[in-house]
Design a protein around this ligand. Structure first.
Ligand SMILES: Cc1cc2nc3c(=O)[nH]c(=O)nc-3n(C[C@H](O)[C@H](O)[C@H](O)COP(=O)(O)OP(=O)(O)OC[C@H]3O[C@@H](n4cnc5c(N)ncnc54)[C@H](O)[C@@H]3O)c2cc1C
Length: 562
């Protein structure tokens, strides 16, 4: 019988709430579910909330009775915030997180590289914001618990799955014993140690690296700004790399590589942790500043993905689908993009707009994203933890040269997580004008946010279905366009039409932005009237036209219909 711990986890800064378990005896007469999601981590929770936006109900099974142990993912990117805005938790993160955009890399006491992540008036969110994962999960849990279409079941552990045509049966163990749940679709979002991945005997492809890292959260009062700090080859940890990040509530993340001959158990001994943290503090000039340990763990860098995320009616997302190194903050941030994508593809299949085979597009696009990340993060991992003597020689040469030579310094800049562009997606419209645009987001790219006024941005008004941006100064939408849109709506598609550029409300549009300065048109590279963009439900661009007409719109929409 599954007995998750009901002792609140220990933390200096976070009060864990233990949720009551969901028990089958209190809910007799269960029907077949549309979607069962296994795992209420950041990915499972976001999938449930996204599905609900598309009107699809789900059951969320979580083995534990409280949110995750330790801060884990602490850096969330702008694109993650844009996705989290869609599910309604962005404001709580902004109110409690620490935004940042600068990073500093040091070698032999000298700053050899300063990272400056781009940020403009058109961005609602900073490039990065730091917040401990427990808070993020808590905000998502509260949003999910308030949503009638989501049934959150704490203390419910999936122990077996069985597929038959059009159905999945899952065995679930609870504090009062097991029960079986039947569902049309099952999403495995159970994290890195996915049991369902093993039950289906699926193998991850890619590489695991030798280097292991200690992560430790300490409470300490350091008068330093919220900027990422990286120290290469410090005297107290020769040949290795050390990272520091500020977190809310007076916590700092210290992240350092273990010497090759040390086991994780040795590295996590209190005296080993204390001596390294004290050495680091001495190095940065805070030798006698008191500190207290909150949480620590060891991890190794892996770049692995399943080659396919959809196996009949079982869909993988997040860490269950791929394991990515945390340099470049890729774990949870990649997971949010999976979540958004998995949810809208599933919702469109369940709502009957597209056939079941449409799920292959989710798999193709997100496996493509994981492979791109693996390629990029492999490079940064090899720089941070050189796997061979050759890589170490090369890395050390860059470190030495950087003291005197400016041009090698950008080699320190490991790329942080960024959204994948679905440039080759089968959903991109082939007969449009993508190739002739001189500016604006291209096929498969995420949208460009634009400031519309005080505390008002374009992306605040988009998402949840297809979005057609139509650039016009006319009083109404052309009748032929309105007709195509009306036809698609009768098939159930949600399409929001946003008219841009007219002083008055445009008839036939759902909303109008005057764009009096022309800034929005400029950002989207639209110079003439009658241009348009079509955005998918995940807001990525799938068509854009210098001149839009009914035939061209119909061709683009056809990609989304049965
Ligand atoms: C020690 C550690 C440190 C990390 N540090 C960072 C970091 O600094 N930066 C970063 O970006 N990322 C970091 N990560 C990675 C980040 O936490 C993950 O990428 C992120 O949590 C993935 O979210 P997920 O929802 O896919 O999986 P998870 O967050 O792992 O959630 C999976 C959920 O599924 C539940 N579950 C598992 N099995 C079952 C089952 N059989 N039945 C029901 N429920 C089940 C689990 O209890 C869990 O709640 C770290 C991870 C770990 C473990």
């Amino acid at each position: 019988m599954h007995q998750p711990s009901v002792e609140p986890r220990r933390s200096i800064y976070y009060d864990y709430q233990v949720h009551a378990p969901w028990l089958a005896s209190a809910h007799p007469g269960e029907a077949t579910k549309k979607v069962v999601i296994v795992g209420a981590g950041p990915v499972g929770l976001t999938i449930a909330l996204e599905l609900a936006r598309h009107g699809v109900s789900s059951v969320l099974l979580e083995s534990e009775q409280q949110v995750s142990e330790g801060s884990r993912a602490i850096v969330f990117t702008r694109r993650s915030m844009e996705i989290l805005q869609q599910v309604g938790v962005d404001q709580r993160i902004t109110a409690n997180g620490l935004p940042w955009r600068f990073g500093n890399s040091f070698y032999r006491g000298q700053r050899v590289f300063r990272l400056e992540a781009p940020h403009s008036d058109d961005d609602r969110f900073f490039p990065m914001i730091n917040l401990q994962q427990q808070y993020l999960e808590q905000y998502l849990v509260e949003a999910a618990s308030a949503e009638p279409l989501i049934d959150v079941r704490w203390g419910n552990r999936v122990t077996a799955v069985r597929q038959q045509p059009g159905r999945v049966h899952a065995e679930v163990d609870t504090p009062e014993g097991p029960y079986t749940i039947e569902t049309e679709w099952l999403v495995s979002a159970e994290g890195a140690r996915s049991g369902i991945r093993s039950m289906l005997d699926l193998k991850l492809e890619g590489a695991s690296y030798e280097g292991r890292f200690v992560i430790a959260d300490i409470k300490i009062d350091l008068p330093l700004p919220t900027e990422r700090l990286a120290f290469f080859d410090p005297d107290w940890n020769p040949g290795n790399t050390v990272l520091m990040h500020r977190e809310p509530h007076g916590i700092w993340r210290v992240d350092y590589q273990l010497p090759a001959n040390e086991t994780p158990e040795q590295a996590l001994l209190p005296e080993a942790l204390a001596s390294r943290i004290n050495a680091l503090l001495a190095q940065i000039g805070f030798a006698n500043t008191p500190w207290e340990m909150d949480w620590n763990s060891v991890y190794s860098a892996r770049t692995l993905t399943l080659p396919d995320y959809v196996h009949q009616r079982i869909v993988f997302a997040g860490d269950a689908a791929h394991l990515l190194p945390i340099f470049g903050v890729r774990g949870a941030n990649t997971g949010f993009q999976d979540a958004q994508s998995a949810a809208w593809h599933l919702a469109w299949v369940i709502n009957g707009f597209v056939p079941e085979s449409f799920m292959a597009n989710y798999s193709r696009e997100r496996v493509g994203a994981a492979r791109e990340i693996i390629e990029e993060s492999g490079k940064s991992t090899r720089f941070m933890t050189p796997p061979t003597r050759g890589f170490r020689l090369l890395r050390d040469a860059v470190l030495s040269l950087s003291l005197s030579t400016a041009f090698v310094r950008p080699l320190y800049h490991w790329r942080t997580s960024r959204p994948h562009e679905y440039s080759d997606s089968m959903l991109n419209s082939l007969g449009d004008d993508n190739a002739i645009f001189k500016a604006g987001p291209a096929h498969g790219a995420p949208p460009q946010n634009v400031c519309l006024g005080p505390d008002d941005y374009l992306l605040d008004h988009l998402g949840g279905g297809l979005d057609l941006l139509y650039f016009t100064q006319e009083k109404s939408l052309p009748a032929s366009l309105s007709e195509v849109i009306a036809q698609a709506r009768t098939r159930g598609l949600v399409i929001r039409v946003t008219a841009i550029g007219a002083a008055q409300v445009v008839q036939g549009a759902d909303q109008t932005f005057a764009d009096t300065t022309g800034h929005l048109r400029e950002q989207y590279g639209v110079k003439t009237q009658g241009g348009g963009y079509l955005l998918r439900p995940d807001q990525h661009i799938c068509a854009r036209w210098v001149t839009l007409d009914a035939v061209r719109l119909q061709a683009a929409l056809k990609k989304f219909l049965n």
